[in-house]
Every structure is written in structure tokens, then in C-alpha cells.
Ligand binder design. Structure first.
Ligand code: HAM
Length: 442
């Protein structure tokens, strides 16, 4: 018994699994093209430094990193965002803005394995650079929605939870909290859904004075906000506070963005949800995550605005927004909803071959029909006619071509329509055109 196995969390793609993966990629790629996004790719191995402090503690602790033979500290990419920032940063002066790019690529994180989470996974990343206003989110959120609807999923299957880190910071400032304290609180908000009240313990311990009960109450109420009306009501008491201008500006952005999404008829896919703040370190403004409605799966997608990251990598600053959808939860959701098609790779044509002489005649036609773009299969070794007919039927081919001794002598090929169960003889030189006409008709 061979003992080599895949590493934990790594996947092999047998043809049927790969067909499903390709289906997912095909839909994503098609949708991205309809939104006018251009595809790019980048290295799978990057300098470790690219992820240090930029991606956040969680991703940093999950890196697959090592020293290469040249003594460089390197890491397998855990995400695309720092990399695409480098690509854009490097060529910024020559790029036509806004830059709308997407990629489909594999990523690696040393995570605890669970349903929908592995150590290698694919993501569809889409990002817009150079647009500071909500016009960028107005492109990206509908793109995310369409990347899910493109499979036949509806508002009954998924929703996009929309929140705002900027608004959170302004709100916490209005409550009198300084920036380090606010950051600790947002980390707690991120964990609150999973671990409840315990999430706030580090906020008290590490940041000196414990969070007073009244402030905590307000934070808990704020993270439960699920509509624009409740948000407006929560901000109303700050109308005369020094933070009012900032809060009102954010509220205007919210109204504009939600108005744009409604104009596209997408409001049923979006839920205002201030409980989402995103764990990654670089997000600065609107953030969003897509989940299945039943709530049985981990997040399908996540993203947001990260206006400071390009600057942090040493380039001239440029506003940016983006998101990534993962293939694992996507696949699980499509399976659950019965939306993953069965992929049976049937040939168009199956050739049934009598013997050595007939094989030579058949090979010429097989090659010509394949060159014309049709799928042709045939037995590689001589086989009894009966077995070949059975194989042709099992293959699902639409046509069988019969190369027997009689046909060879007459200079014809017998074509069998496998559905209608009819046969006709065609002069050999006419065969490729006859097959093409049959397969392209209707
Ligand atoms: P993220 O939330 O870390 O964001 O990942 C986005 C999606 O990738 C998740 O919702 C999930 O579907 C998938 N994913 C993440 N980790 C795993 C894993 N270990 N196994 C399976 N699937 C996983 C980012 O990566 C950001 N860089 C997205 C972004 C792009 N922000 C701006 N632009």
C-alpha cells in the first residue's frame, strides 16, 4: 500500500471535481468580463515582508513561509490584496483609472481545517483602484451579487452584509475613545458573533481602564444595527458633537450607496449590518461579507475599502476597494442547493472500427473531424464489433461512424444517428462535411 498522501488541507482534483471547479471559474470570469474587469495574474511565492503587518495578525500567523536556497524569507501567498497593490503601485502613472481588475488564483493559509475552510483554496478577487467615492462600491457589490446569481442562486440563498469601519471609528471617537482603544474594540466586534461577550475582555485588560458599562452598552447596540433608519436614530444624539460633520458625511455616503444598489434592484440582496467589521488589518471604509441565508456555511466572500494599503507599500497613495469569493464555500452552497450541474464529457462522435485496414481509413477521418473542432473517441485496440457498439452507446455520442470491411470496399462510411437509431452511408470524401452539418444542425 503506497504511503504518500496529500498534506492535510490540500486538495486533489480528479476530472469530475475539476469540471465543477472549472464551471465555477467560468461563471466568475464571464461575469467579471460583463462588468468590464480585466484579468491579471501574479506569483504564488512572494517575499514574506509583503504580508508582515499589512494583512493582519491572523493571516500572518497562518503563513506557509520558509527560507529559500538564496536565503530569502518567502511565503506562499495567503491572499492577493498586497500583491495586486504592488502591481498597481508599480505601474500607477501609466494605468488608465479607474483600474478594474480581477484574478482567479490559489492561496495558502495554515488554518484549522473545517467545513468550507482548507489550507489551499481558490479565490476570485476583484478590485477597483483610483476611485475614492461610493461609485467603486457601486460597481463591486453588484459584481459580487452577480457572481453568485450567475449560478442560479437567489435572494433566498445568500445575502451581502454591509458595514463601515470608518463609521465605526467616528462613532467610537464620538463616544470618547482614542484610536488604539477603538482598534481593540473593532477586533472585539469582529469576534463578538462567534464568542459573544468574552470578545470584549481583552479591550478592558490590555487597554488600561476597563470599558465602562454604559459605553459597552452603546457599542453592543451599535453592532446590532440592521437598517439605515436605526443607524440614523443611533447617530441623532451626536448632531451637535464635534464628530457630527464626519458622521453626517458617512451617513450621506451610506444613503448614496444604498440608493445606487436599490436603483439596480439589488436591495433584496443587501443587509445593513454593523456587526461586520472584517478581521483583516487594512480595511478603511465600507466592508462587506456574503453569507448563505441559512447560516450553515462560513463566509462565501469578503471585502471592503482599503485606501491606505498602496501607500503603506511605499507607493503614492491610491484609493482602493475589492473583495474575494472563495471556491470552497461556493462549491458547498451550489451542491446544497442542487445547482451544480452534472458534467458528463460525452464525445460527439464514436468511431467503430473493423480491423487494421479499416483503422487507417478511420484515423484519417477522426483527425479531420477533430481538427474541425468536434470531440471524437474510438477504441485504441481492435475489439469485437458488439463491444464497440456497446461502448459507443455508453459514451453518449450523438453519432457513431462504422468502418467495416464492406464499407471500406464500397468507399463509404456508415453513419449511425444514436438518438434516432437511423443509419446512412456517406461517400468517404463527404464524411467530414456531413458530420459537421449533422452536429451543428439545431
Ligand atoms: P478573506 O475574508 O480573508 O478576504 O477571504 C475571502 C474569502 O476567501 C472568504 O470569504 C472565503 O470564502 C475564502 N477563504 C478565506 N480563507 C479560506 C480558507 N482557509 N479556506 C477556504 N476558503 C477561504 C481576503 O482574502 C481579502 N484579501 C479579500 C479582498 C480583496 N479584499 C480586498 N480585495
Amino acid at each position: 500500500m503506497p504511503t504518500f498522501q496529500t498534506l492535510p488541507g490540500f486538495r486533489e482534483f480528479y476530472p469530475d471535481t475539476l469540471a465543477r471547479r472549472n464551471h465555477i471559474f467560468r461563471v466568475w470570469r464571464h461575469v467579471a468580463n460583463t462588468f468590464g474587469f480585466a484579468e491579471y495574474d501574479a506569483p504564488v511565492l512572494e517575499p514574506l515582508e509583503l504580508y508582515k503587518t499589512k494583512s493582519g495578525d491572523e493571516i500572518e500567523s497562518q503563513l506557509f513561509n520558509f527560507t529559500d536556497k538564496g536565503g530569502r524569507e518567502v511565503a506562499l501567498r495567503p491572499e492577493m490584496t498586497p500583491t495586486v497593490c504592488r502591481l498597481v503601485g508599480d505601474k500607477a502613472p501609466t494605468l488608465k483609472r479607474p483600474v478594474k481588475w480581477f484574478s482567479i488564483a490559489e492561496f495558502y493559509r495554515y488554518e484549522r481545517m473545517q467545513k468550507g475552510r482548507g489550507r489551499c483554496f481558490f479565490q476570485f478577487n476583484a478590485d477597483i483602484f483610483g476611485e475614492p467615492g461610493v461609485e467603486a462600491e457601486t460597481e463591486l457589490i453588484p459584481l459580487l451579487v452577480q457572481c453568485l446569481r450567475g449560478f442560479g442562486l437567489t435572494e433566498q440563498d445568500f445575502l451581502v452584509r454591509l458595514s463601515d469601519r470608518n463609521l465605526w471609528f467616528h462613532y467610537l471617537e464620538a463616544l470618547g475613545l482614542d484610536e488604539p482603544r477603538s482598534r481593540a474594540i473593532l477586533t472585539a466586534v469582529d469576534k463578538y458573533e462567534k464568542i459573544g461577550d468574552d470578545a470584549f475582555k481583552p479591550c478592558a485588560g490590555q487597554q488600561g481602564a476597563p470599558l465602562d458599562a454604559a459605553t459597552k452598552e452603546k457599542i453592543l447596540a451599535f453592532l446590532q444595527i440592521k437598517s439605515l433608519e436605526t443607524l440614523e436614530a443611533a447617530l441623532a444624539p451626536f448632531a451637535t458633537s464635534p464628530a457630527a460633520a464626519k458622521l453626517n458625511a458617512r451617513l450621506d455616503d451610506w444613503k448614496k450607496l444604498l440608493g445606487n444598489l436599490s436603483a439596480m434592484g439589488l436591495e433584496k440582496y443587501i443587509s445593513v449590518d454593523l456587526g461586520v467589521v472584517r478581521g483583516l488589518a487594512y480595511y478603511t471604509g465600507f466592508v462587506f461579507e456574503a453569507f448563505d441565508r441559512k447560516g450553515t456555511l462560513r463566509a462565501l466572500a469578503g471585502g471592503g475599502r482599503y485606501d491606505d494599503l498602496i501607500g503603506k507599500l511605499g507607493y503614492a497613495g491610491m484609493p482602493a476597494v475589492g473583495f474575494a469569493i472563495g471556491d470552497m464555500t461556493m462549491n458547498l452552497l451550489l451542491e446544497q442547493r442542487g445547482l451544480m450541474p452534472a458534467f458528463v464529457q460525452s464525445p460527439d462522435v464514436y468511431a467503430i472500427i473493423g480491423g487494421a485496414q479499416e483503422r487507417l481509413a478511420a484515423l484519417a477521418d477522426i483527425h479531420a473531424i477533430r481538427a474541425a473542432g468536434f470531440r471524437v473517441d474510438y477504441p485504441m485496440k481492435d475489439m469485437a464489433f458488439g463491444k464497440q457498439f456497446k461502448a459507443a452507446a455508453e459514451s453518449g455520442a450523438k453519432l457513431a461512424l462504422i468502418y467495416g470491411g464492406d464499407e471500406l470496399a464500397k468507399g463509404v462510411v456508415k453513419i449511425r444517428d444514436m438518438t434516432a437509431r437511423t443509419e446512412q452511408e456517406v461517400p468517404k470524401p463527404d464524411l467530414p462535411a456531413t458530420v459537421r452539418d449533422f452536429l451543428t444542425a439545431g
